[in-house]
Design a protein around this ligand. Structure first.
Ligand code: FAD
Length: 438
């Protein structure tokens, strides 16, 4: 069997490795349009912030090691530009030689991910960069060193922009966060915005909301508000869009935003073509609603299931919960489940409260902010969001597990948490959600 994989980073490299374990004799070829394969996207902001100091930690595999250790061929700088299911072929553009070739497949797996949306106002700027790939990261690092960067403008309000704010502050830069409205971090419940603003202020980040870049000349940015300022570096983190243009004529169904539609087996609308990762439309485990979640867990789970399916152990995907977390200076912010907007639209009941995650009398104990949405009739937990200093990761993961186990909000009273003063209290936050739900 010949398996062709499009994309060689999180989903692509993982699915190829998993297939090799399941199918020792399969021929596996990965086409990756970029310079690097299998790098740790999630670590890039922390490398730029010098928290990760050894760059080699970001690249755990190479085309040479994949060939040597797994007998998988990886072709870098090779972009798949078309898929022809009728002939089971892909067309490839080699960016080094500009040559176009064809290859055949028995099974095709698409993991092309997403790309950063770029602002047209900054198209000609040589100080504005996205943070998506290791190549981007190298360029930013070089720019910071070469031009003795002191002032950075970070545009956008998602988790990548907040991670870049934190990391560039760690490097001692003067950082301004720019967003076109006041709704920072949409994965976080809106009621926590004042807490996030406090974190930004405490970290001495300049905040410029309800404003946008109008134009740039050299280092001088003029904003739509009429303000202008000079920056040495601009990070664009204003959203992502799926890398699926090459599928336009393939007959593979895409949704209205260009994401690849898949079923419970990650099969696309075309036989023998699977897809995984950031570029697919998938569904929530607990509500069945369609969604897109550009986070690593889904890509890894899909890789495992696709490999198993190709080997004949047919196992359906149960869906995901979009569980996410970020560290922001000395705080953590996490959520799980459908979005807050979706929860409000479906008439979910809501409860919120503050509670110490450890015994209150412990030094450094600090209240956590909790917000939970649930179905008032079935008592199903739909969404939870946590904002605090300690133990946020534990609470979000327990709620994710509870949702997967189909526990009701009332069942949370019965979760016997491990208690000692540094970790929780005899009635933990998780239990209190159950006690407080009306
Ligand atoms: P990618 O890993 O992006 O790989 C897609 C690859 O396909 C790319 O290398 C691209 O060049 C290649 N490609 C695209 N089109 C073609 C084509 N036509 N031909 C050949 N190759 C092609 N997730 C988390 O869960 N937690 C985090 O903390 C986190 N932090 C992140 C921080 C940053 C800065 C970034 C950028 C992402 C982060 N993510 C995080 C998201 C996570 O990295 C993605 O969910 C994951 O990489 C998705 O895997 P993928 O295979 O779909 O896409």
């Amino acid at each position: 069997m010949k398996i062709v994989v499009v994309g060689g980073v999180a989903g692509g490299a993982t699915v190829a490795s998993q297939i090799r374990r399941e199918l020792p004799d399969a021929e596996i070829v990965i086409y990756e349009k970029g310079r690097d394969m299998s790098f740790a996207n999630c670590g890039l902001p922390y490398y730029l912030g010098a928290e990760i100091t050894d760059r080699s930690e970001l690249t755990q595999a190479s085309a040479a090691t994949f060939k040597e250790q797994k007998e998988i061929t990886v072709k870098l700088y090779h972009e798949v530009i078309a898929v022809e299911p009728a002939h089971k072929t892909v067309t490839i553009l080699n960016h080094l030689t500009q040559e176009t070739t064809e290859d055949t497949y028995d099974q095709l797996i698409l993991s092309p991910g997403c790309q950063a949306v770029r602002l047209p106002q900054l198209a000609d700027s040589d100080i504005a960069f996205p943070v998506r790939t290791l190549e981007d990261t190298d360029i930013i690092e070089q720019h910071i060193e070469q031009y003795d960067v002191k002032k950075a403008l970070i545009i956008g309000a998602g988790y990548i922009s907040l991670e870049m704010v934190e990391n560039l502050k760690h490097c001692g830069l003067d950082v301004t966060l720019l967003h076109r409205n006041e709704r920072l971090l949409k994965t976080m419940d809106g009621q926590f915005l004042p807490h996030l603003m406090n974190c930004l202020k405490e970290a001495a980040v300049n905040i410029q909301l309800n404003d946008e870049v109008d134009r740039i000349k050299g280092k001088t940015v003029t904003f739509k508000s009429g303000l202008s300022a000079d920056y040495d570096l601009i990070i664009e983190a204003v959203g992502i869009t799926p890398n699926t243009e090459f599928l336009a004529k393939s007959g593979i169904e895409l949704n209205d935003k260009g994401y690849i539609v898949t079923d419970q087996y990650f099969q696309t609308s075309v036989q023998d073509i699977y897809a995984l990762g950031d570029a697919i439309e998938t569904f929530y485990m607990h509500t069945g609603q369609k969604t897109t979640v550009a986070l690593a867990w889904g890509a890894h789970r899909a890789a495992n299931l696709i490999a198993g399916n190709l080997a004949g152990h047919k196992q359906a995907f149960n869906g995901l919960l979009g569980t996410n977390i970020i560290r922001f200076f000395d705080h953590a912010i996490a959520s799980v489940g459908i979005s807050e907007k979706e929860a409000q639209e479906c008439g979910a009941a809501h409860l919120s409260f503050d509670q110490y995650p450890q015994a209150r009398y412990m030094p450094r104990s600090h209240p956590m902010h909790i917000s939970v949405y649930y179905d008032p009739d079935t008592r199903q937990i739909l969404r939870a969001c946590f904002f605090g200093k300690m133990g946020v990761d534990k609470r979000v993961d327990v709620i994710a597990t509870a949702i997967i186990a189909k526990m009701t909000i009332d069942d949370l009273k019965d979760i016997e948490i491990a208690y000692a003063p540094p970790f929780s209290s005899p009635k933990d936050i998780i239990n209190m959600i159950g006690y407080r739900a009306k």
